[in-house]
Ligand binder design. Sequence first.
Ligand code: AMP
Ligand code: GLY
Length: 422
Amino acid sequence: MKVFVIGSGGREHAICFKVAQSKGVEKLYCAPGNAGIAEIAECVPIPVMELERLADFAEQEKIDLTIVGPDDPLVAGAVDVFEKRGLRVFGPRANAAIIEGSKAFSKDLMKRYRIPTAAYETFDSAEEALAYLERAEFPLVLKADGLALGKGVLICPTKEEAIAGVREIMEDRKFGAAGNRMVIEEFLTGREVSVLCFCDGTTIRPMTSAQDHKRAKDGDQGLNTGGMGTFSPSPFYTEEIASFCEEQIYRPTMAAMKAEGREFVGILFVGLMLTEKGPRVLEYNARFGDPETQVVLPRMKSDLIEVMEACIDGRLDTVELEFEENAAVCVVLASEGYPEHYEKGYPIQVNHEFGKDGYYLFHAGTAKKDGQVVTAGGRVLGVTATGADLKTARANAYQATDWVEFEHKYMRHDIGKAIDEA
Ligand code: AMP
Ligand code: GLY
């Protein structure tokens, strides 16, 4: 079969890598892809938001299955465009992707269906939000309603910071139209866990857990980023917590979306905070996580295409879904200065053969220039290593970071440090 992946990040490289291992796949395309993806797929230079052009390509090439990676095209209705033309596609339609596209929608859904999450209020104007701050307790969390590249969340320890935050989101429109509405919610503390789940509209099946490191610097200091590294599984996500989440969060979310006429087919990413009072949903995403995918898919034993096809056909309850008993750690190699100003265009030297023995090099911001792979983004590469346990996986991943060199290479040195406390 012919498979087409949409996206260009480390997540899509990991998806392509796993798809390429699938038995029935003869040809793999990716739009627009990156220099690493180009080694295993044919890259097609169509931007991810040009939905009709992407569908044209799928039609022309007689693609059997398209997989949409990023949130923007999903929220914009990529799946609807493909389905309208009778093309087979994996991901939620726009009316279901709204679970990520609007925080006000997802909070309201959780409230109405009693799914545990932080207490909150929604505001349509800065005046209302500012008036609320006068009677609120701090710290508080401000969230722009719409998609904001994962940056629309502000944790505010004091009233002054919250006032400035409301002004940034709703008056200065720092996150654009994402700030037409906002959610203000209770600040939660605990361990964060990401659980990606396969969904067929009725059945939901969680994959192995992972934890991301969102801040740019060691010790969770510095600015929020797209993610600086991950480990899987999370030792804090015990069997007891997992069964609580299945019963109180995953299945009720699937049922709620169905009851609302918004059947969710695709990957539901549940961001959880394990608080003293139990697990709470921090956010939903309507797609694979980045860089969670880079530690979850290398541990997946089952055939990814088979599971995705079962989701589309509504028979997810009948397929095998198995993960290795091992662990994986991904360390992101970024350009110094990310997520603010950084330079690109530097040649990348790789002094090891990745893609075997449990070592993987997933490209994110890379490009090819005059036959040489160069840095082309803030997050450049994700180095993933597996191991029998988390400590071994972490040691392997950090060892492997030495095998890749480029000017202004930057990484965190404490990815997975939390496992020492488990
Ligand atoms: P989100 O985009 O909603 O996942 O938020 C980004 C990050 O902000 C999360 O991964 C958490 O680290 C943090 N965060 C979001 N909501 C809360 C909350 N209610 N309490 C504490 N931290 C939060
Ligand atoms: N790693 C967080 C996300 O993909 O949104």
